[in-house]
Design a protein around this ligand. Sequence first.
Ligand code: HDE
Length: 694
Amino acid sequence: MKKTTPKTTAKELLSETGGELHQVAGGTHPSMTNQTGTIVSDDENSLKAGPRGPSLLEDQFLLEKTQHFDHERIPERIVHARGFGAHGFFELTHSLVGVSKAGVLNRIGEKVPVFTRFSTVAGNMGSSDLARDVRGFAVKFYTPEGNWDLVGNNIPVFFIQDAIKFTDLIHSVKQEPDRGFPQAQSAHDTFWDFVSLMPESTHMLMWIMSDRAIPRSLRMMEGFGVHTFRLVNASGNSTFAKFHWRPKLGMQSVCWDEAVKISGADPDFHRRDLWNAIADGSFPEWELAVQLFDQEFAQKYEFDVLDATKLIPEEILPLKVIGRMVLNRNVENYFAETEQVAYRVSNVVPGIDFSNDPLLQGRLLSYVDTQLSRLGGPNYQQIPINAPKCPFANMQRDGHMQTQAQAGRVSYSPSSLESNTPRQSPGEGFRTFEEPVGEAKLRIRAESFADHFSQANQFFYSQTETEQNHIISAFIFELSKVETLAVRERMVGQLANVDPAIAKRIAAGLGLQGAIKAAPTKVKVRDGLSPSLALSILAKAKATLEGRTVGCLIADGSDGALIKSLKAATEKAGANFKIVAPKVGGAIAEDGTLFEADFQLAGGPSVLFDTVYVALSDEGTQQLCSEVAAVAWVHDAFAHLKVIGGTAASQPLLDAAGVVVDDGVLTGISAAAFLKTAAKGRIWKREPSVRTIF
Ligand code: HDE
């Protein structure tokens, strides 16, 4: 829409047209125009033949406005439809000069702009943020040598080994085609039917059933490039690389029951959290690290580095931190930026190249292709969010939505008629690594991809006992939703190959009768792979409240000085302090101070907070003991293993909520002491007392 100079105020406009006064008067507003700049005199009434007559076809303003509206939506992404993005920068802190000639990996201190989009995979655009799912972690680096898109996930492995199975995987996990449900769920027959017949998915299933699939915040997730990539130096020599993002705030996840309830209380929990953090100036940050290795390592390593269902533990190949990414600017328009951003795995710059991973190879086509139907034509790279920030020139012309008037007679090469046409640059241009290829053409899966269970076992036994319990519970939950008994049984049979003990626990939770029959395997499952602590969230959890949220329940009569000191101490710890009260207007403390509420009680359940404090007086406690939302507030915080602080007066509410005193239930102590315990995270020891561990 063209911007015009202010001519009228809303008030004047309305008085001219006689419209209802439903705009707030004041300020200066540009005159509204149609798409071609004609000023609109009346945006309230369509053109009619008489006050009660039929509308007229010549109402160009109505027609244009309606037509634009009719086409406001574009097809959502087939996968990763629900996403949220932000702008920021990447800064190199350790140069890979000698390993890669990419400027973005060579020039220490240079700030390269990025646009990062996080997403869930299975759900449609309007689904909940907290679905159990892998999260997309896609970063577009606008480097001076062209755009580099690192389109990764928050889990380092994938379900399948060969791109030809991707369509089947996604068809199985999305809504079942006859009924159109379930939405954003893997807990249904078709998904488990497929994966139980695809043993290669077992390692990924372990991850997806772990707490990695229910992150507390997008700011608290790791990211991975997943595939092995190649880096190429100025002499044309190549080094293999795997990319890792490490969140500065540490990793954290929610409990499954909490995820389910957050989905109801705030389906936008993750996007709101990211938006607010950036808006408040608490910019999320990640380290970029690489695992570098050569052909010799690749040959010696016990799994195939081209197999995307496998990882290389960092205990075997340590991570080298090379830079940091900071997200410091929210989008101005969700559609223009987050929806229209088009990541392409094939966007690389000189010095970064692909490996032969058959999943990666398939992705090189898919991302380019899908944009044609999503964004409507071959010029989608010209949309500002996709356009490079470096000069670009080629002989591509015309097409839908061409935005540039490409001057000149010459649109081909070689040519001699003009002196300023773009030419190839053999020296500085992108060159594919010269890898010898000279084998028979085959449709085959390499033998070296055949072990589907050993790393699944390694992942499980790299987890703390608590995390192992969560994986078992997640399998039980998901398979309980599968209606076909044979599928449940077959899946447990696959898991028996990971470890009969795991299969036995899941079978017990499902109430499966009869002996578990292990599915046939092609190769002997390795035992004795050393556990990797880096694969556990809890083993490397940070004891911090930074970036977390403290929820404080108050009512009339609460202790004002206590609330103030708690707020100050919380903010000093880098956390957010949110007040929940029976009325959103707030509560009046015993000293007469009005504390405005961030949430009304029923709209601010404790699942939205990392730790909670019940700051009630005798009077407030008495009032809230008969309020089910208050009882549930405390009960859920206890069930979700949170540290609960409270005044001595709030004890009857804790009792009504069934709270049993343990290390994480602290009444009548100072704000500082409460926060010190809360920073340690959840009280995992409490778990067996609140839910069955199979
Ligand atoms: Fe994607 N994937 N994918 N994928 N993927 C898409 O591209 C595809 C895979 C990933 O925020 C689509 O623009 C194939 C692995 C992310 O816009 C589509 C295969 C990984 C995003 C597509 C894979 C990913 C996508 C849908 C198997 C982790 C969201 C819309 C060969 C390394 C990017 C679009 C965003 C999106 C295809 C497997 C990550 C259809 C064919 C493995 C983060 O092109």
